[in-house]
Design a protein around this ligand. Structure first.
Ligand code: HPA
Length: 262
């Protein structure tokens, strides 16, 4: 799509990063753990949608890790805000256009697996696209999706997690459009369908990235039990708070693994 972005800021265009990380709700501490950053608000890029959800900053950061430039997308837009799948994946097409070849996606998710407790991380082995949308609607058609989440990247992250002694689950993420959380019956259904975690993002971005030939890896911060798996009710503040507490473990994992894969 050559005309999708009429004006890409020079700092982004010439950043030379090959690897980008999309930070979901509450993962700001990762951005704060890196220094010498160039900040480019999404609002400075004509055509890029900007989120209004608390906890989603909405800016690119260009920074460096182990001598390599990396790009951080802090905050994303969601289907439940009213954006289409094509709109929520504009940033992925932009990142591809400026030369990104590896995309790490992060999100907050509810656990649908009794063995995956809140506060811990799950690396996606696969997904269920239950959003009812795809960014590829209208073409290009028939993309192979048999390995959306790179086996090589998963192996690299897995071995560093083991070395760090970090619990890292691996499982299937079900993406729903939201914005409401699920009912207990829906969580039972999702579990029956093979989901280990459930959330409202990531899958459109992963589909778009694969269609553009990017290598993808994704992580869910399990912020709460899915509805019906615990006594309590769910709320966004609690989800964000758990995300903030769990962020450190992923920060350490990224610091340990990225030099190897970027
Ligand atoms: N369901 C859907 N999305 C979520 C959840 C959940 O329980 N927690 C965080 N994001």
């Amino acid at each position: 799509m050559p005309d999708e972005f009429s004006k890409i800021p020079a700092a982004l265009k010439s950043c030379n990063a090959r690897l980008a990380i999309v930070l979901g709700s509450g993962l700001g501490p990762f951005a704060e753990s890196l220094n010498s950053q160039t900040v480019i608000p999404y609002g400075d890029i004509p055509g890029l949608p900007v989120s209004k959800v608390p906890g989603h900053a909405g800016r690119f950061l260009v920074t460096e890790m182990a001598g390599h430039p990396i790009l951080i997308a802090q905050g994303r837009v969601h289907l439940y805000e009213g954006w289409t799948s094509g709109e929520v994946t504009r940033s992925v097409r932009l990142m591809h256009q400026i030369g990104i070849t590896t995309l790490i996606l992060t999100n907050a998710a509810g656990s649908a697996n009794p063995e995956f407790p809140p506060g811990e991380w799950m690396m996606l082995s696969d997904h269920l696209n239950l959003t009812g949308q795809t960014p590829l609607h209208g073409g290009p058609n028939f993309f192979d999706m048999s390995e959306v989440y790179s086996r090589d990247l998963r192996t690299a992250f897995r071995s560093q997690a083991t070395r760090l002694g970090m619990p890292l689950h691996e499982g299937v993420y079900a993406a729903l459009p939201g914005p409401q959380y699920e009912t207990p019956a829906e969580i039972r259904m999702l579990r029956t369908l093979g989901a280990d975690a459930v959330g409202m993002s990531t899958v459109p971005e992963a589909i778009q990235a694969r269609a553009l030939g990017l290598q993808v890896c994704a992580f869910s911060c399990l912020t709460n039990w899915g509805a019906g798996l615990s006594e309590g009710t769910l709320n966004h503040e609690e989800v964000s708070e758990t995300g903030r507490h769990a962020a450190n473990a992923l920060v350490n994992l990224l610091h340990a693994t990225l030099p190897e894969v970027s």
